[in-house]
Design a protein around this ligand. Structure first.
Ligand SMILES: NC(=O)c1ccc[n+]([C@@H]2O[C@H](COP(=O)([O-])OP(=O)(O)OC[C@H]3O[C@@H](n4cnc5c(N)ncnc54)[C@H](O)[C@@H]3O)[C@@H](O)[C@H]2O)c1
Length: 277
């Protein structure tokens, strides 16, 4: 979708981090923007912070884990702006426990937000974009954790691999309809993802404290350190806009993380070679 000005974008997880940066970049490109998020106060602050950018920025409370909530947010967007063209299924959370603490609550929460949140977004907006026929673009936020698993047996990585697969599957199906698909795969970005527990609904139970001496706790501490040293969200958002304009499927932001991807592909190819012998 080359021309963004005058079009409308809907972004989930838009109260902070990458989602907020995408919202700002869309507004600066002349788009109308609906910011959707579960965190009420942060969302109010976000929409206020974008007050001077773009033609119109609105917000809607939305829990992407709940299909009815996403439906309501979609309707609010159509009511506010008419046709929606760009949909960013970006909301995401992280939780873990490692192999010594496989919490089903953690798995359900992360799967509901990171994976089903994308399903709900596609389900609520795709029929609308197809029907208005003005073209569109779907951006699904995965992660480098959807390309390589450096996080062990974790729901986060499992959901991000799924988001990559869903996006790869959607892209050729939507291309003939004039709808592009991008899957965003960042490495570490300086955001609030390390404090995801702030948005954990009660129905998934409390966040369990990790044994400070466990490998899982060491991994969480290392991830927090790397997030702090991570890329600015605005840099990621600029790459997303570029991918929408050029209709590119994969959006990578950390080329220095290429080596482990190459190693993964080489291991797969070696196993295929063995199967062929
Ligand atoms: N920060 C990183 O290093 C990094 C790297 C790769 C991928 N990502 C992905 O980027 C996306 C955005 O995360 P971020 O890093 O900006 O973190 P963030 O915590 O700053 O933003 C995530 C947003 O999602 C919202 N959210 C959480 N649960 C929600 C729900 N059920 N419904 C609606 N909104 C909900 C939060 O309130 C928050 O505003 C996520 O999908 C994350 O997995 C982040």
């Amino acid at each position: 979708m080359r021309e963004l000005a005058g079009k409308t974008a809907f972004v989930t997880g838009a109260a902070s981090g990458i989602g907020l940066a995408m919202g700002r970049a869309f507004a600066e490109a002349g788009m109308k923007v609906m910011l959707a998020d579960i965190e009420t106060e942060a969302l109010a602050a976000a929409v206020k912070s974008l007050h001077n950018f773009g033609p119109a920025v609105r917000s809607v409370i939305c829990d992407v884990a709940d299909p009815a909530s996403v439906e309501r947010a979609a309707k609010a967007s159509f009511d506010a702006f008419g046709n929606v063209h760009v949909v960013c299924n970006n909301a995401g959370v992280a939780a873990g426990g490692g192999i010594d603490n496989i919490s089903l609550d953690n798995w359900r929460w992360v799967v509901d937000v990171n994976l089903m949140g994308v399903v709900h977004g596609v389900r609520s907006f795709l029929p609308h974009i197809r029907a208005h026929g003005e073209g569109g673009h779907i951006v699904n936020t995965a992660s480098m954790a959807g390309m390589i698993n450096g996080m062990g047996f974790s729901p986060y990585s499992a959901t991000k691999f799924a988001v990559v697969s869903m996006s790869e599957g959607l892209a050729p199906q939507l291309k003939p309809l004039g709808i592009g698909v991008s899957v965003l795969c960042p490495g570490f970005v300086r955001t609030g993802i390390g404090e995801s527990g702030r948005n954990r609904p009660d129905r998934y139970g409390p966040t369990q404290a990790l044994d400070p001496n466990s490998p899982a706790a060491a991994m969480v501490a290392e991830i927090a350190r790397r997030l702090q040293a991570g890329l600015e969200p605005a840099v990621v958002a600029a790459k997303v806009l570029d991918a929408i304009r050029n209709d590119e499927l994969y959006v990578f932001t950390h080329p220095e993380m290429r080596e482990p991807i190459d190693e993964r592909f080489q291991a797969i190819q070696a196993a295929m070679d063995k199967a062929a012998r």
